[in-house]
Design a protein around this ligand. Structure first.
Ligand code: GLA
Length: 386
């Protein structure tokens, strides 16, 4: 069910002193293509979704943040000036955003807050970025005179992941959560920070997420280790090609030159990234020509790469990809960090109903539970609701 302002407001009133504050929202995201390219300084091509986080905040005249997670029914308090911060992970996201906004010179004060979300957790749709962006946007509005520009708000969220949660993520999730625009995908150059909106209005096709419900958890996952492999390979290439500062600058020939100096695993991972950076640009070109067959083919290539080269898939996601292929789905692949979560599927309109039926039946027959199907609607980025 869609989360509403009233769901959050009623709890805020109940939980605190009966008064109301300001309400903000930020979305989760899909990513059409460009996976594990962001921390390699490459391109990504995400879009914001309608699902997200809604939070109500009200200054409380102290140095204390009193936070209530409506979904977890969990309450925590922390002092803005405390060096350690709270222990609960959900609260560390809020604490991290407060601290990083303060480090940018925003005179954040204590506040009461209650929040809830309807981005499925662990689905690879960036529920944590939605939480970070909501608070970064809100604090900028309440105490920062909206002076901090949007890309910097995204970096506040990213630094929160790095410093307070321990996930060395790229910038994609936070950037799209802040910059998202209804009806448009965003091509972001993760090195320069430049971006361009592409209208997403596919004629005769739609996007469907199939959530395997295998819990995706990047904290403590091999995600950070993937990033390290990429950085290592880039450093080895740079010894011969000093112009290469990340895999974004590398090509297959350069990689082959240094093959004997790296492990097979590192070679495969780097090969995937080099191919994926190029695929994002190819997909953007294809979209401008309404060439959805090429978009779809690239999505399957990405899935193959994520599964066999980058090794961030799992049996359930590979099975969902196989079903999509058998049913004539135009494009299908793992979405997000991997290790569980969703596939994203580009499907011709006339095949959608049948695919939904078949994928549900087959997945249930093999794993004993139905996958969750989510029709993708591209929505807006971070904003104040009232
Ligand atoms: C996670 C990270 C992103 C990105 C994706 C993979 O969502 O937070 O920065 O690396 O995985 O593309």
């Amino acid at each position: 069910m869609k989360l509403t302002i009233e769901d959050v407001r009623s709890r805020f009133i109940k939980h605190f002193d009966g008064t109301t504050g300001s309400i903000y929202a930020s979305p989760g995201r899909i990513n059409l293509i460009g996976e594990h390219t962001d921390y390699n300084n490459g391109f990504v091509f995400p879009g914001a979704v309608e699902q997200g986080i809604i939070a109500e905040l009200k200054p409380n005249g102290t140095r204390k943040v009193r936070a209530y997670s409506i979904d977890l029914k969990d309450y925590t308090e922390f002092l803005l000036d405390d060096e350690q911060g709270p222990r609960a992970t959900w609260a560390r996201y809020i604490y991290g955003v407060c601290r990083e906004m303060m480090a940018l010179g925003v005179p954040v004060e204590g506040f009461n807050t209650a929040f809830a979300g309807d981005v499925p957790l662990g689905a690879g749709m960036s529920s944590s970025a939605a939480l970070e962006s909501t608070f970064a946007y809100a604090l900028n509005d309440l105490w920062g005179e909206n002076k901090i520009e949007k890309m910097e708000l995204a970096r506040v969220g990213q630094r929160t992941e790095h410093k307070y949660v321990g996930v060395n993520c790229g910038i994609m999730d936070q950037a799209i959560s802040v910059l998202g625009k209804k009806g448009a995908l965003l091509r972001l150059d993760c090195r320069s920070g430049e971006y361009e909106y592409f209208p997403w209005n596919p004629k005769g096709y739609q996007l469907l997420l199939v959530n395997s419900c295998v819990k995706h958890e990047l904290v403590g996952s091999p995600y950070n280790e993937r990033r390290l492999s990429c950085e290592k390979v880039a450093a080895v290439i740079a010894k011969k090609h000093p112009e290469v500062s990340s895999l974004r600058d590398a090509n297959y020939e350069m990689l082959d030159e240094i093959k004997s100096e790296i492990t097979d695993t590192e070679y495969r991972r780097a090969r995937y990234v080099i191919g994926e950076v190029a695929r994002v640009l190819a997909v953007c070109d294809a979209l401008q020509k309404d060439d959805y067959e090429t978009v779809g083919r690239m999505m399957y290539e990405t899935h193959y790469g994520l599964s066999k080269e980058y090794e961030v898939s799992c049996e359930e996601l590979d099975y969902l990809n196989d079903i999509a292929k058998e049913e004539g789905v135009t494009g299908s692949r793992i979405m997000g960090g991997g290790f569980g979560g969703c596939t994203i599927n580009l499907i011709a309109d006339e095949l959608v109903d049948n695919f939904k039926k078949v994928v549900t039946e087959k997945f249930k027959a093999r794993y004993g539970k139905e996958p969750i199907l989510i029709d993708v609607v591209i929505g807006d980025g971070a904003r104040k609701l009232c």
